[in-house]
Write a protein that binds this ligand. Structure first.
Ligand SMILES: C[S@@+](CC[C@H](N)C(=O)[O-])C[C@H]1O[C@@H](n2cnc3c(N)ncnc32)[C@H](O)[C@@H]1O
Length: 261
């Protein structure tokens, strides 16, 4: 993920590849359930926005078959896995680069818009890219309850700094909660919503997507004076301790259909 706020360091690429794969492993089952529910079918034209490791794009490519097509885009393609020939992988900034209009049966994005400062315009770009009768599916987080859950210090301070976006001002940690209203404003039909939380533990995909990001965020949180370097190390040891478990953020999926005419 292109996230300068966490800074590159030796081993960053390996850590980020692992982190994106953990995120994919934790989140893919729900994504597949939602896409099955809307009737994803052979021959569909799909756009996967901010594809990350590309696991959803690879799955979409298999599901839509050779008659279908997937456009798999991200700002940063270095972690994208190899995919079938019906998946076109392209570097694309969804906030700045041109996008096709009325071209896709499905536009899907997950855990991306909360990172994009221009998210309100971007969601309109995504909606414009959906063909009449097609679907927009957006999955994003809501971090309020996640951030406020009781946790031991000093991890609690590190956690709240990350979860409230204190280390990266451009982030909207509660964009998931705003999604239903955005879909109403767009004039989507057949809007539906689901949400999920899960247990986060060290060594499991459901926890590592966050704990690996935290390892990278700690130097900045220390630099900001929120914790000392020693407390940062204690916080890491706390989440890595056997038996430690906490509640995940709320992952919200919202989907709606563009009127056929
Ligand atoms: C948290 S990762 C999520 C990856 C993937 N969607 C998933 O859920 O497994 C966020 C992704 O959004 C991408 N991204 C951030 N800003 C973007 C932009 N303006 N245009 C396209 N991709 C962007 C990042 O490079 C990163 O791959």
């Amino acid at each position: 993920m292109a996230d300068e706020s966490y800074g590159a360091y030796e081993g960053y690429e390996d850590s980020e590849r692992v982190r994106l794969n953990q995120l994919a492993e934790a989140r893919d089952p729900r994504t597949r359930r939602v896409l099955d529910r809307i009737g994803l079918s052979y021959g569909w034209r799909c756009w996967e926005v901010g594809a990350g490791a590309g696991s959803v794009s690879a799955w979409l490519g298999r599901r839509v078959g050779p008659e279908g097509a997937v456009w798999s885009t991200d700002l940063d393609l270095q972690f994208h896995r190899p995919v079938l020939p019906n998946v076109a992988v392209e570097q694309h900034d969804v906030a700045r680069d041109p996008a096709p209009r009325a071209a896709f049966d499905l536009v899907h994005t997950r855990a991306v818009l909360q990172h994009v400062p221009e998210r309100d315009q971007v969601i309109e770009t995504l909606w414009a890219a959906v063909a009449p009768g097609g679907w927009l599916v957006v999955e994003d987080g809501a971090f309020q309850a996640f951030s406020e859950q009781p946790l031991p210090e000093p991890y609690a301070t590190v956690h709240r700094a990350m979860a409230t976006g204190a280390t990266a001002e451009w982030r909207d940690p509660n964009f998931g909660v705003r999604l239903p209203g955005r879909f109403r404003d767009l004039g989507a039909e057949d809007i539906d919503i689901t949400g999920e939380v899960w247990a986060m533990r060290s060594g499991e995909p459901g926890g590592e997507w966050w704990f690996l990001a935290m390892e990278r965020a700690i130097p900045r949180i220390v630099q900001a004076g929120l914790v000392t370097a020693e407390e940062g190390q204690t916080a890491l040891a706390q989440v890595r301790a056997p038996g430690f478990v906490m509640m995940s953020s709320l992952s919200i999926a919202v989907w709606g259909r563009k009127p056929a005419k």
